[in-house]
Structures are given as structure tokens and as C-alpha cells.
Design a binder for this molecule. Structure first.
Ligand SMILES: C[S@@+](CC[C@H](N)C(=O)[O-])C[C@H]1O[C@@H](n2cnc3c(N)ncnc32)[C@H](O)[C@@H]1O
Length: 339
């Protein structure tokens, strides 16, 4: 059954496109159930780094602060992920109901700064600041957008009540002390202003039981989940982000759970497109989230890890599997005098 908002987890099973399964994949008979793979190239720049197992990592604030690489492949992946998220949210940059003319917006862990740049374009009234521990942001940006290098787990230098919106997306695997970060977010949000948190979860779902526990993709996801839990930086589940906001004192807290298909198997055109894009993203994304986590935390052998990553990528391309994961979004308002 099809619904008008199939990307939200609350709207029943995702309908599978049966026509799609009859199309010729163009692959050999052995691989006929696999999706064709493809690559994308996006502009990026070179910064200071170390190489490890073929990926480049930024280490200025400590080697394990960000376990994801920051090389060009990762920057391309972040930009593609931004596009996927935009499409899942019907083009909305955030779900928090911010005013039409915000003055100050902060994006923590801004990555390539793509969200901050889009917000600066959308809200010319606002000064948008993106901060990150890696200098991977472009220098040609809108005049109302700028970037700074900083670690959000250190004391914030911003004055209390500065921002109309503070945004944090996909930084959970880097943050050890959420209560401290949330307290700074609360302090620096204007009374009546909003904080929005959004994160992908580390769990594969299927409505028809086609995701098997022993699938190499599922094994990879579970290993990364185990590694991050071992260093007390777990991936969120339903309710995690909402609770973080409530515990910090925010009110009007809401959570939405979006579904991100893996592969173009859904019938719904938006889900089909984002599912196809997710496959492209996973070409480097599985490795990005796995390699350092497995070798540094779980002490796995790099070659064994690469073999598992390759197998998981092949499993992701299996057309018979109708998997998706969750993208959690929660937002809350700092109370003002009227509350
Ligand atoms: C997965 S990327 C997400 C980037 C961006 N938020 C997005 O959604 O496109 C995580 C980013 O958070 C940054 N980061 C990690 N820990 C941080 C910290 N303690 N302070 C500031 N930035 C941090 C990383 O350098 C990386 O660029």
C-alpha cells in the first residue's frame, strides 16, 4: 500500500517496485541480482592529514577524535549524503520551525559546510557560522557564511543567548560527552530559539524479512555499532535525540524518523532515487564508517577488514534485499519568558 509520506517511519511498509525486479540489470547471470555500481566526483580541496590503510585522516585535535576520513572521497560522500537527506525531507534544510528572518545560525561539525552554505543562501538575514575540527570547507562561500576550526567538546566561546538555531548533523560517532555539548547548546541558544539534532542510526530494517542477521552488510553495520559502543560513542536509536534535548531543558521537543532505503527497490519515486543515491554513497561510506573503527578499536586486521567491507558492499547491491535504515531528526526550543 502506498502512502503520501512513505519516507516517514510511521507510514507503514515501503511498497516494493515489482516492475523494477523484471528489468534486465545488464550483469552476468551470477550477478543478475546485483545493482550496477557507479561513482560520482565532486570538487574538494587538500588539507593536512595522515594516511592510514589508504584513507586520509585529520588529526589536529587528536587521532581518534573523528574516526572518519576527511579525504576527497569522504568530502564527496558528505555532499552526496546532504543531497540524499534533502530529498528525504522534501527539500527542507531543517524541520525546526525557525522564524523567517533568523539572525544567527550555528552548524556544529559542519563537514564540507554544505548545509551552512545552503542556509546562508536561504536566509540572507542570517549570519551562518560552521565549525569543525577539520578545515575541509570551501573558501568561496556566500558573504553571510563563515567557518571556524574548533572542537565543540571544549568550552564554547560564544556568548549566552546568541543563536536562533543550532544544528548538529551526523556527528554522534565523534562526541564523547553529549550532556556537556547539549549544555553549551542550551546556553548559546536565544530564548525562543531552536536546536536541531539529526543522525543516522546503525541498524538495517526490512518490512519483508529480506535483511538477514548474517548478511555481510548487516555484519559490517553491527561491527561498527559494537566499536562505537565500546568507546561510549553509540549510534542513536529512536528516542535518543529527543531525550538529549529534553534532558538539556529544551521544550516543544519533537522527533521524526525518516527511512533511507538502500537501493532503488521502492516504488515511491523519492525513495527510489534516494535508494539509488545511497548505493553510490556506500561505495566509500561503508569503509569510512568501518575501517578506523574496526582496526583501531576492535583491533581487526586491516586486510581482513577490507575483505569484509568489500563483501558488505556486494551485499548492499543485492536487488533481492529490501533494506533501509533510519535517519532520526529531533528539535526543541529553548524556553523564553512566556513559558
Ligand atoms: C560525518 S561528518 C558530518 C558533516 C556535516 N554535519 C554533514 O552532515 O554533512 C562529521 C563532522 O563532524 C566533525 N567533528 C567531529 N567531532 C567534532 C568536534 N568535536 N568538534 C567539531 N567538529 C567535529 C568532523 O570533522 C566531520 O567533519
Amino acid at each position: 500500500m502506498s502512502t503520501s509520506t512513505p519516507h516517514l517511519a510511521s507510514s507503514g511498509a515501503i511498497e516494493i517496485d515489482s516492475d523494477f525486479h523484471q528489468q534486465d540489470s545488464g550483469l552476468s547471470s551470477d550477478d543478475s541480482s546485483l545493482y550496477l555500481s557507479s561513482t560520482q566526483s565532486l570538487a574538494s580541496s587538500i588539507h593536512q592529514h595522515i594516511f592510514e590503510n589508504g584513507r586520509r585522516y585529520h588529526t589536529y585535535y587528536g587521532p581518534d577524535k573523528n574516526l572518519l576520513p576527511t579525504d576527497e572521497a569522504e568530502q564527496d560522500r558528505l555532499d552526496l549524503h546532504n543531497e540524499i537527506i534533502l530529498r528525504l525531507r522534501d527539500g527542507r534544510l531543517c524541520d525546526a520551525p525557525i522564524a523567517t528572518n533568523p539572525h544567527r545560525i550555528l552548524d556544529i561539525g559542519t563537514g564540507t559546510g554544505i548545509w551552512a552554505i545552503d542556509m546562508a543562501d536561504k536566509y540572507p538575514s542570517a549570519e551562518v557560522l560552521g565549525i569543525d575540527i577539520s578545515p575541509i570547507q570551501p573558501s568561496w562561500v556566500p558573504p553571510n557564511c563563515r567557518f571556524e576550526m574548533d572542537d565543540v567538546e571544549l568550552e564554547w566561546t560564544h556568548q549566552a543567548g546568541t543563536f536562533d538555531l543550532i544544528h548538529a548533523r551526523n556527528i554522534a560517532p565523534s562526541i564523547s560527552n553529549w550532556p556537556k555539548v547539549m549544555a553549551e547548546m542550551y546556553r548559546c541558544t536565544k530564548p525562543g530559539g531552536w536546536v536541531e539534532l539529526s543522525e543516522f542510526g546503525a541498524e538495517l530494517f526490512s518490512d519483508d524479512g529480506t535483511v538477514k542477521p548474517d548478511s555481510p552488510l548487516n555484519v559490517a553495520v553491527q561491527l561498527t555499532k559494537k566499536a562505537m559502543a565500546a568507546i561510549d560513542r553509540p549510534f542513536p536509536v529512536a528516542g535518543t535525540l529527543k531525550k538529549r534535548l529534553e534532558d538539556a531543558g529544551f521544550v516543544d521537543v519533537h522527533e521524526r524518523i525518516y527511512r533511507q532505503p538502500i537501493g532503488p527497490w521502492p516504488k515511491d519515486p523519492v525513495l527510489k532515487h534516494t535508494g539509488a543515491m545511497a548505493l553510490v554513497m556506500l561505495e566509500t561510506g561503508i569503509e569510512a564508517y568501518s575501517l578506523a573503527a574496526w582496526t583501531r578499536i576492535l583491533k581487526m586486521d586491516p586486510e581482513d577488514s577490507k575483505g569484509k567491507i568489500k563483501a558488505s558492499l556486494k551485499a548492499a547491491l543485492d536487488k533481492r534485499v529490501h533494506s533501509y535504515n533510519h535517519f532520526y531528526v529531533a528539535y526543541g526550543r529553548r524556553p523564553d519568558e512566556q513559558d
